[in-house]
Design a binder for this molecule. Sequence first.
Ligand SMILES: [Zn+2]
Length: 287
Amino acid sequence: MPELPEVETVRRTLTQLIVGKTIQSVQVFLPRIIQRPDDIRRFEAELAGHTILEIGRRGKFLRIIMDGLVLVSHLRMEGRYGVYQTGEEVEKHTHVIFRFTDGTELRYKDVRQFGTMHLFAPGEEFTNKPLVKLGLEPLEESFTLQAFQDKISRRTTKIKPALLNQEYIVGLGNIYVDEALFRAGIHPEYPADKLNQTQLERLHTAIIETLTEAVEAGGSSIKSYVNGQGEMGMFQHSLRMYGRQGEPCLNCGGPVVKTVVGGRGTHFCPNCQPPYRTSTRARTKQR
Ligand SMILES: [Zn+2]
């Protein structure tokens, strides 16, 4: 599933490819992708005539901002955008086509069909599903240590599921949570409310660094997104932990372990990321 860096790369690519274009017509082939409005014919009709002004992002959602409309799009597992010339063969799994007045079109392909689109009046998107309950944006200035601490440090869950919860912090998925926890030297099952100040600081920094580096790596592969052939494998090269089970930890050389935390495949180094242990004193206190 694309996480913040991949969606950010798509956002930057779409900015280059479609900003300034005016929609002539829209055609929906798979109604379930369109979540709002209910009527797909209304969705098609409302978009006609609008010009793309800017591509924004909120968490893992794209915000296609037009004059008087905002389209919120989530790619979920396999959603892909591509820009084509009108008349080019329409590939399998193409579910929505936005035809522009300049003879090009934006096509949305989605093999798994889990992607969603919601149409709003500008500003209305933030007070409605699916954006309304989203948490902190980790690459914005508002993601201060204090804000991070306020969201995380009183949670009684394990730290990994807390970081995956989009109502606390947006954009992190399975891959970048494993990466950030490794960088911070924190075990994925560590109780969130037991993290000390140093650990919280290290984790806050690790989240920002991990995502920033991944966004930069994605930014360099921007050309591969032209025509929607989004090759997201590019990011895999910079992963230090995810998918490396059995391989040597890049920090200590010990084997990377794969386990399951909160139902998700999880990679960590037992040596660099020791589990939480209650001290005798703390245990006495709890009784
Ligand atoms: Zn290690």
